[in-house]
Design a protein around this ligand. Sequence first.
Ligand code: AMP
Ligand code: ZN
Length: 119
Amino acid sequence: MAGEPQADCLFCKIVEGNIPATIVRETETTLAFRDINPQAPSHVLVIPKAHHADAASLAAAAPELAADVLREAGHVAADEEIVEHGYRVVFNTGAGAGQTVFHAHAHVLGGRGLQWPPG
Ligand code: AMP
Ligand code: ZN
């Protein structure tokens, strides 16, 4: 059920503390941690603690939580000092777009020049 922890979900396990992560920010509703395979000098994932499969279903089921994730993405960018040069917030949605973990997450990427359009 939306919002409930999923036994087979990697990011639910990180929220529960069963898989280690380098946590950079935490709120009552969100967690931000470094991507294990960084694609930029700063690459942090921001997730809702509650399980939602992707950004659209998160926004539909829990709009305030979606706002929490976006707000935290901004705080991460400020903490990482990547605001001035610009950064990207990405929600890969669907396997065809590269989504591999089906627990909504914002990639916050910065610290280098970012191409547009992305690949
Ligand atoms: P996506 O491909 O958009 O679903 O993003 C999933 C991201 O999770 C990828 O960028 C992975 O590198 C990252 N990832 C996978 N396992 C871990 C982990 N244990 N800790 C941190 N990041 C992870
Ligand atoms: Zn999950």
